[in-house]
Design a binder for this molecule. Structure first.
Ligand SMILES: [Zn+2]
Length: 175
């Protein structure tokens, strides 16, 4: 049997040419679509984001390697097995690495820098942390290992997003 396309010699209907359009031989209408979309954050990230809305940071523990992972995941990539339980973590931690950024996301220059850091969260395994902003600190005072504490948005302002934490500020006491 021949493929369908080779059996088609002529399409039904009348072809509209660019000249027809220019000459306005056909009705044209402009229509602005209003597209909405949604996606699932998944089990682990969904619970993590719900926790943020409640002002809490949740991690996920693997009983085999005994790691507590944050952001949480349902599968341990080290052990090749599902993770086992939820662990509520503190909203404090320490700066693992940081950057003093004089450019915005669109590469435009900033006069005052933003301070971007990976914060290792207390109660999670070493180097498990959250990429976030630092605040209430001068750039030259930021140090690796510096203790920090989350500054949360007010309860009614939180949306279940990482931005429910405004930034991390120096503090958090000893572990
Ligand atoms: Zn594991």
């Amino acid at each position: 049997m021949q493929p369908l396309s080779s059996r088609i010699s002529k399409y039904p209907g009348v072809e509209v040419t660019p000249d027809d359009v220019k000459a306005k031989r056909y009705l044209m209408t402009l229509y602005r679509t209003e597209l909405r979309y949604a996606w699932s954050s998944g089990v682990a990230t969904g619970r993590f984001l719900k926790g943020l809305k409640d002002g809490q940071i949740w991690g996920r523990r693997c009983d085999r390697c005994e790691r507590v992972m944050v952001p949480p995941r349902m599968y341990c990539e080290r052990c090749y097995r599902p993770t086992d339980s939820w662990v509520r973590l503190r909203d404090t931690g320490k700066v693992v690495t940081y950057s003093i950024a004089y450019v915005n996301f669109d590469a435009s220059r900033r006069k005052d820098p933003i301070l971007v850091a990976v914060v290792e969260i207390d109660g999670a395994s070493p180097l498990m942390g959250i990429l976030h902003l630092l605040g209430e600190v001068e750039p030259d005072k930021v140090k690796i290992g510096m203790r920090v504490q989350a500054v949360w948005k007010e309860t009614g302002e939180r949306l279940g997003a990482i931005t429910d934490i405004r930034y991390f500020k120096p503090g958090g006491g000893k572990v």
